[in-house]
Each structure stands twice: as C-alpha cells, then as structure tokens.
Design a protein around this ligand. Structure first.
Ligand SMILES: [Ca+2]
Ligand SMILES: [Ca+2]
Length: 389
C-alpha cells in the first residue's frame, strides 16, 4: 500500500490532491467526556481526501484552538489509525464547558525530504463537550430522606425510604442531573446511570412494594468508561417493631418487644446498636426478692434487667401480638436509649414499671403508641389490647 501511494505521488497522480487548498477532515460528532477526569475520550476523524488509501505513517494531525494557539489544559494524541481513520484521544484537565477545536490533517506526498502539507487551512471544527454530572438523587417522596453517611464526601450520598404497603406502591425515581442539560436521547451512548431498574440513561427506579424488595441499590454514572465519581445509594428499608404479650396467668405473664430490620439497611446502624435489632425484654434481676415487705409483690422497686434475644421472653410465648412498620430516624434515635437502658437498667416495679410498661415504652421510643401505660399494666391486658387493636 505504501509503495502504491508513493508511486502515485511520484507519478503526479495525487499531486492535485496534495496541492489543493486544504485537506478537510470530517468531524461528525460532538465528543463528550467526564468533568475533571484524567481519562481520555476518542473521536474518529475521517479525512476527506484522495486518494483514499493514504498510508497511516504519512498522515499527520493537529489539534489547535480556534486562534491556532495550542489548546491549553487539553492534550490530544493520535491513538490509532488506518486507512485514513484516526482515533484522537483527548485528555481533559479543564472545566465543564463546551470547547471548540480545530482539527486539521495533512499527509506527506513525498517521503524524501519534501514535506508537502496537503493544506493547513481551512480546518474543520471539532466540538468537545465536558459533561458534568451534578447529582444523582431520588425525587422527593413521602418518608424518603437523605442521611449523613459519615464519610465527609459530598459525592457519596445515602437515602433511605421504607417499603410501602400501598398498592401499587410508589417506586423511587432516581435521576442524574447533568450539565449541559441534555435530554435522554441526547445523552451519548455509553454514558448514563448504572444501577436500579430500567435502561434509561438519566433516570432509574427502585421498587418498594414488598419485604422482598428491601435492600440497597447503588447508582453511579459513567461517561464512557470513566466513573463520574458520584455514588448514591438508596436503601429501601423494612423496619418493624413487634410487640408481644403472654397473657397466661400461671405461672406469670410477660410482655416484650422485637425490633427488626432487613440485612442491608441494618448496616446503616452502628454495630454496637445492631445488637438491639432483636427481642428485648425487661425483668427484675434474678436476685430480687418476690415476697416480703421488700419484695416485688409488695410494690418495691428493685434493680431491673434488660435481656435480649431468647432471654427476652424465655419460655413465654405470645398469646397477643402485633407488628408495626417503623421509620428510620425514630429507630436510629431510639437505639442509643435502649443501649443506655441495657447497660444501666431502670428499676423494675411491678405496679409502676414492669415488663409490660417497658414494652409499651419501647414502642413509644420508635414512634408507636399502643396501650395506655397509666396504672398497673398487665400482660393479660396487653395481650388483649394487641389482639384487638
Ligand atoms: Ca458522603
Ligand atoms: Ca403502667
């Protein structure tokens, strides 16, 4: 191929082409790339010249500002080309703007000494638009909120929203806001959101209609193979409190609670407080006397004991129960208080603050009001209340 072209030049066949006023290049596409990345984007340039089979080693490219000065903050390089098609790589260290560049090309007609530019003007204009991803965030909706993810990085964000018992449940709509403000169809191929349901580049959804749809979904935005650096995580949480009472009289009744959360959302809770996402019950300490003047049955306050997991209910089983969905923020605020009561328990008083009062209070801590705790609260009354409300 090389020899063929050289012989053509030598024979003068291509001299007319070489001599013509400018070698045009066709730059057909606006090139997009991510903001402030060190990555590259490629642009394919088709030289519009004859002969068509100019060998690659004879082709030269030049990228300039419109005033012919070198393009500051940008660099380009010939990456690969053959048969007159060049891929130009651009490296962006600039801001989020649309830049115009001149792309011009020429080729050597004679390898021996005579550098014959096939025209330096006019050059075609290439548009390079730096695409900035401003945010990835869900549309506002009831009970959806952003929480501090604690990493000090504004590019990473966390939102929480509960599962919904509505039918149909409103899905979470997550959108990417970008500059320039392109429409869905204008966003170049290979650019767009990753994560969630759907194939649109600027918006995705997360379903939340059932317990099985609880969990986390991570959204990122890629500009070609460049990660925009933004990461938004949506947790659809399934948080509940179960309130239980064993209303049997013999030998003695008991009331307790259970706080539940799906596995992914649980990871948003400090490990020390995750211990309280379980059954929680309240008892007098084992050494407290039941009988006598100083005994529990006489209404004396004795040291209390908060017990977790199976110890929260022991051999009791619920004759009355009810589960309630709870919201993230009240739950997160309640857990340190529960931890405080576990490590420094309140006194137990059969008449004023017994296991049933404690279970009622746990509900209140996470925003659930059940039976009125005034007066002597019994497991029997609570079991009945939970079954009938
Ligand atoms: Ca963050
Ligand atoms: Ca009470």
């Amino acid at each position: 191929m090389v020899d063929l072209v050289l012989s053509n030049c030598a024979s003068g066949v291509t001299l007319t082409n070489c001599d013509r006023d400018g070698v045009a290049v066709n730059v057909t596409n606006t090139l997009y790339m991510a903001e402030n990345t060190n990555g590259t984007a490629t642009m394919t340039i088709q030289p519009d010249w004859a002969p068509t089979n100019v060998p690659p080693e004879l082709i030269h490219w030049e990228i300039l500002n419109l005033d012919n000065s070198p393009a500051a903050n940008w660099s380009c390089q010939k990456d690969a080309y053959s048969n007159g098609i060049a891929a130009v790589a651009w490296t962006n260290t600039g801001a989020s703007v649309t830049r115009q560049f001149k792309v011009r090309a020429w080729y050597d007609c004679d390898r021996d000494n005579h550098f014959y530019p096939g025209g330096l003007e006019p050059a075609r204009i290439a548009y390079v638009t730096v695409l900035k991803v401003e945010s990835i965030e869900p549309d506002p909706m009831t009970y959806l909120m952003e929480i501090d993810d604690g990493d000090g990085d504004p590019k990473t964000r966390v939102f929480v929203v509960p599962i919904s018992s509505d039918y149909p449940a409103e899905a979470v709509h997550v959108r990417a806001k970008i500059l320039p403000n392109l429409t869905e169809s204008q966003v170049p191929s290979g650019f767009g959101l990753i994560g969630g349901n759907g194939s649109e580049r600027l918006s995705r959804t997360v379903e939340r209609s059932s317990e099985s749809e609880s969990g986390k979904t991570v959204f990122t935005f890629f500009c070609g193979n460049v990660d925009s650096g933004l990461k938004t995580t949506v947790y659809v949480y399934d948080a509940k409190i179960g309130l239980y009472a064993d209303g049997q009289i013999d030998p003695v009744g008991h009331s307790w609670a259970k706080i539940m959360m799906d596995y992914d959302s649980k990871q948003l809770i400090s490990p020390i407080y995750q211990n309280y996402l379980t059954e929680i019950g309240f008892f007098p300490t084992n050494t407290a006397p039941w009988l006598g003047e100083d005994g529990i049955l006489a209404g004396t306050s004795v040291p209390g004991d908060v017990r977790l997991d199976n110890a929260a209910f022991g051999s009791h089983f619920a004759t009355g129960q009810k589960e309630y969905p709870i919201w993230f923020i009240p739950l997160r605020n309640a857990l340190p208080q529960i931890h405080q009561m576990k490590t420094n328990p309140p006194d137990y008083n059969l008449f004023d603050f017994n296991c049933t009062d404690f279970a009622i209070m746990l509900g209140q801590l996470v925003g659930i009001n059940t039976m009125d705790p005034a007066g002597i609260s019994t497991p029997q009354a609570y079991a009945s209340w939970l079954n009938s409300n």
